[in-house]
Design a binder for this molecule. Structure first.
Ligand SMILES: NC(=O)c1ccc[n+]([C@@H]2O[C@H](COP(=O)([O-])OP(=O)(O)OC[C@H]3O[C@@H](n4cnc5c(N)ncnc54)[C@H](O)[C@@H]3O)[C@@H](O)[C@H]2O)c1
Length: 358
């Protein structure tokens, strides 16, 4: 019989309630506790979901009811927390980006492997039905030769959003549209058409004076498979419109807007295509207008998968190792913007990219 899997959420900030609701809505998962060093935040979330409260990870890791820790900390703090969870024998689901360097990412993957715990990442857009249909079509060769893979994210975040916490204004802590918001959609391109060969990026600040970050990314990407692509991502464009993922091959075109399949057209029309065109809903919020302008359905799928992976003793569907190439593309984009020239992958970690001023 399947065991009930206990979850503890580390970090009770903006994304934490989405994790809490998602755990609540799983079959076989149970939220046990939340933890935040900001006591009032931890208390508020714990009271809302009627669970235990902790104020330090060390304390929460002592709790035998917790099987999985969901890491919902600022990006630069994921690494240390994941290592502690692995050492305590807890499975880990980390928010994106998994860490701020390839070295840290590799250390976390190795620690989880040695500890024999699962290590997943909530790049939850991958589980959307529209994306899964695109992935299946790419993998089965239905597009033919892949020609273009583009992500267009014209979003809006207010100046108040950036000022709401110190880490949101620090590139080294993981802020900036490229590593923070666009990470999801760069990840989708990487997931769908494979790793990149070369990137050329330009980063600017269009609408957030006083914040030393890029709020806008424009990048050309050459993928290893031969396709080329554009990533256009911004948090400067009020009021924010649905993100678009566009894949073009010699035999077909697929476009997702938000989570909705907007275009699904292949030279060889198949009976299942009519249903695929109905995938997704235009009414489902996907983050365009604010950080909390989001549903929790995709997180629920990722968390359900963690429950099932533990019970079935299998790998999770989004292991962190599969997200590492996305981080590599992002790091290459920062390097390219800093140098104002194309950068060929693979890249090494380079601390100077965080100090570079937009
Ligand atoms: N998957 C998504 O769609 C999505 C959306 C938003 C944010 N995120 C990710 O979620 C993570 C958190 O983002 P957020 O917007 O919720 O941040 P946040 O700043 O709102 O929340 C982070 C919380 O962590 C707490 N914290 C910091 N250090 C701590 C420590 N050592 N011990 C305990 N608590 C600590 C802070 O007090 C804060 O409450 C980030 O990695 C971000 O990229 C993902």
């Amino acid at each position: 019989m399947a065991k009930t899997i206990g979850f503890g959420i580390l970090g009770a900030g903006l994304i934490a309630p989405f994790h809490a609701k998602a755990v609540r809505d799983t079959n076989g998962g149970k939220l046990i506790a939340v933890c935040d060093m900001a006591r009032e935040r931890a208390d508020k979330l714990a009271a809302e979901f009627k669970v235990k409260v902790y104020y330090s990870l060390d304390e929460m890791l002592q709790d035998p009811e917790i099987d999985v820790v969901n890491i919902a900390l600022p990006n630069h703090l994921h690494h240390a927390a994941v290592l502690k969870c692995a050492a305590a024998g807890k499975h880990v689901l980390t928010e994106k980006p998994p860490a701020m360097s390839l070295k840290e990412t590799d250390e976390m993957i190795a620690a989880c492997k040695i500890a024999g715990v699962k290590f997943g990442c909530t790049v939850q857009c991958r589980v959307r039905k529209s994306i899964q249909a695109m992935k299946k079509a790419v993998d089965s060769g239905r597009f033919g030769k892949l020609l273009h893979a583009d992500a267009i994210m014209k979003w809006y975040r207010s100046t108040e959003y950036y000022h709401s916490d110190a880490w949101r204004m620090s590139r080294k802590s993981g802020a900036g549209v490229t590593v923070q918001q666009a990470f999801h959609y760069i990840d989708l391109l990487q997931y769908l058409v494979g790793p990149a060969r070369q990137v050329q990026a330009r980063m600017t600040n269009l609408a957030h004076p006083g914040i030393a970050l890029e709020d806008t990314l424009m990048a050309f990407v050459d993928f290893g498979c031969g396709a080329q692509g554009v990533v256009q991502a911004s948090t400067a464009l009020w009021p924010g419109t649905d993100v678009r993922i566009e894949i073009n091959g010699e035999n077909g075109t697929a476009i997702m807007a938000g989570e909705k399949m907007l275009t699904w057209k292949f030279r060889d029309e198949r009976p299942e295509d009519a249903e695929i065109r109905s995938y997704g809903s235009t009414s489902q919020a996907t983050g365009a207008r604010g950080a909390a302008d989001l549903g929790h359905a995709d997180h629920r799928v990722v968390i359900q998968d963690m429950v099932d992976a533990i019970n079935e003793n299998r790998e999770v569907v989004i292991p962190v190792a599969s997200v590492r190439p996305t981080l590599e593309i992002v790091l290459a984009m920062y390097r390219s913007a800093a140098l104002a020239q194309p950068v060929t992958l693979p890249v090494q970690d380079d601390e100077s990219i965080w100090a570079w001023k937009t």
